[in-house]
Every structure is written in C-alpha cells, then in structure tokens.
Design a binder for this molecule. Structure first.
Ligand code: TYM
Length: 335
C-alpha cells in the first residue's frame, strides 16, 4: 500500500489554515482508505527558532490532542512526535551531506524567516528542508498532503531523493507527490485577503484558532474584512476581491462543497447574510473539535502513551530504511 506522511509544527496555536489546508485532509485521507497514513508533530522543526521548553511540551501534547479530536484515529494512522523516532534526525544528517547550500538558500520560507539578518539565524533553520525531506523519505512515503506554502519544500525533497539515487547509483528513495488539493490550500488572513493566515501574525483577529470558543469564532468572522458589494453569480466575479474570495473558499472547505456550489447558493447575497451563515458553519464544525481537545488535554499521560505506541510502530518502518541507507553509503556495522 502507498504511504502518506505529513507533519505540523507544535509551535503555538493550530489555526483554521492548518485545519483546512492540512489536518482535515489528513483525516479524509485516513478515512478514504487505500493508504497507510503517518502523521507527525515536528518538534525538531519547531526548535529551529527558540521555544520555551514548558510551552513546547504543552504545545506538542495539545497538537496531538488536536489531531485526535479532528478525527485521526491511532488505530488507523500512526501518530508520532518527531523526536521520538530518532531515524528522522539521523537521515537528515545524511541529506545535509547530499543537499547543496544553494538549494537551501533559494527557499522562500528561509528568506522570509531569516529576514535581513541571515547571519543570526540558526543553522537548523537553514537546514530545515533537509530534515523535512528525511521525515518523508525515512518512510519511503509517496504522497504528502500539505498547504500551498509547502510546495517548494516538497520539490526540494524530490531533488534530494534524485541526487541521493544518482550519487550512489541506486533507485532507493521514491519521488514523492505533493498533494495540494481542495478549496483551502491557502487560507488567507481575515484582516487582509492578500496575506496568508499564519500563527505569527501579531493580530489574533486575523486567524481562527482551534482553541477559540464559539463566541470568538463568530465575532472574528463577523468582523472579517470585506468590501460592500453583494456576492456575484460566479467565481470569476470574485476576481480582484481577495477578502470575499477567501471567505467563500473557507465556506466551501468547511462544508465539503466546491467554491462554485457556494457561489450558486449565495449569488446576490450581502455579507450581512453570508457572514452569519459562515460563522454558524464554522462553529458547528470547529466547536466539537475544540471541546474534544480540551477533554483529551485533561489526561496528558494518555496522550503520551499514544505517542509512545506510535513511535514503536513507526520505527518498524524507519529502522530498516535507515539501516539500508547506511549500507548504501558505506557505513560499517549497518549490515
Ligand atoms: P506548518 O506547521 O507551518 O503548517 C502545517 C500545515 O498547515 C498548512 N498551512 C496552511 N494551509 C492553508 N492555508 C494556510 N494559511 C496555512 N498555513 C499553514 C501547511 O501548508 C502545512 O501543510 N514544514 C512544515 C511541517 C513539516 C512537514 C514535514 C510537512 C515538517 N516535515 C513533512 C509535510 C511533510 C510546516 O512548517 O508546516
């Protein structure tokens, strides 16, 4: 069976972009069947920028609770915390020696995050995509569901796999397919439809957090920035209206509809009608997840048990793949 792998950083709040662009699709893929699904809290990626240790511990457990509350079933998927499966970091070192500095330097996420002062950024932040390639390839995963912003990293993953195979004359690592599908592969800020919804936006009103209560969710949607025109008849009519387009996409993804179907249902509607409908839909979809997350967080020991079991299952896959990798590159003791 083909394997699916994806991950989310435990660095603060899960938001609606993470949910619609990633987590909800992880659940749909798990439930569709036909794939072995492996989902990961990437704590080693989170520490590429400084994290308060107590907060990191809390966020990792909270993210695990979020995965389970959203529908990831540890009986159907392998659910892990990255640092508990050491082969990720071990393979990343090998890939650090395969990937080129120039490749990393061209990553837009590196350029954005390092900002003007690249000299002061951590070496880990620079090498981030190499660890991400290792996350995927240490399972020989073939499909990776992500939001639009991860596309460049997945292209680099293919470059690393191809260079490794070429350098050692093997056909060992597969070419992974990014799976970037649906109406919400790029959820935008509620305050500015031209900016991505992100946990680092200083304005909390710009995003919906999975920990927000029903009241906060409705308030944020009702206050979302929009223009004053009614919704047009067709999607083309939304071009040049990024804020309106974003709300239509969010509605579509939450309702499991196409944006076209949303347009035909709400053609001619004012935001005075559309926003309350969207707010009700968002609360109906998200509130049960939020409730279940806080129920699960009351028993962190149970979360830790689930992650420990996930790590054991994961290592049945990763240990042999790492050993074979070491063998290919000539490490003594690997066979
Ligand atoms: P991270 O933690 O930033 O985001 C997790 C997932 O959420 C998606 N996402 C969005 N989708 C739609 N709209 C948005 N506004 C939005 N914001 C975030 C991301 O595309 C991602 O799918 N490098 C990754 C984590 C990672 C990973 C991996 C992913 C590490 N190793 C291996 C896949 C495979 C990251 O930082 O995602």
């Amino acid at each position: 069976t083909p394997r699916v792998f994806s991950g989310i950083q435990p660095s603060g709040n899960l938001h609606l972009g993470n949910y619609l662009g990633a987590l909800k699709r992880f659940v749909d893929t798990q439930n569709a069947g036909g794939f072995q699904t492996i989902y990961c809290m990437v704590d080693l990626h989170a520490i590429t920028v400084w994290q308060d240790p107590e907060k990191l511990r809390h966020s990792t457990r909270e993210l695990a609770a979020g995965f389970i509350a959203a529908g990831i079933d540890p009986e159907k998927s392998i659910l892990i915390n990255q640092s508990q499966v050491p082969e990720h970091a071990q393979l990343a070192w090998v890939f650090n020696c395969v990937a080129r500095m120039g490749w990393m330097g061209r990553m837009t996420q590196w350029k954005d995050k390092a900002g003007k002062d690249a000299e002061a950024a951590s070496l880990g932040l620079f090498a981030y995509p190499s660890l991400m390639a290792a996350d995927i390839l240490v399972y020989h995963a073939t499909h990776v569901p992500v939001g639009e912003d991860q596309k460049q990293h997945l292209e680099l993953t293919r470059d690393i796999a191809a260079k490794f195979n070429h350098d050692f004359g093997v056909d060992f690592f597969p070419m992974t397919e990014p799976v970037i599908e649906g109406a919400a592969t790029r959820v935008m800020s509620l305050r500015d439809g031209t900016k991505k919804m992100s946990k680092s936006d200083p304005s909390d009103a710009s995003r919906i957090n999975l920990t927000d209560d029903a009241d906060t969710i409705s308030k944020k949607i009702r206050k979302a920035k929009t223009d004053f025109e009614p919704l047009p008849e067709t999607l083309e009519g939304l071009s040049g209206r990024p804020d309106a387009r974003n709300l239509v996409n969010i509605y579509a993804a939450l309702a499991d509809m196409t944006p076209e179907a949303v347009m035909s249902e709400y053609a001619g509607a004012q935001f005075g009608t559309f926003k309350p409908a969207l707010a009700d839909l968002a609360v109906a979809r998200l509130a049960p997840i939020t409730r279940e997350m806080s129920r699960l967080m009351a028993d962190p020991a149970e979360i830790d048990r689930i992650l420990a079991r996930g790590a054991t299952q994961a290592r049945e896959i990763t240990v042999p793949i790492l050993r074979k990798t070491y063998d290919i590159i000539g490490m003594v003791g690997s066979t």
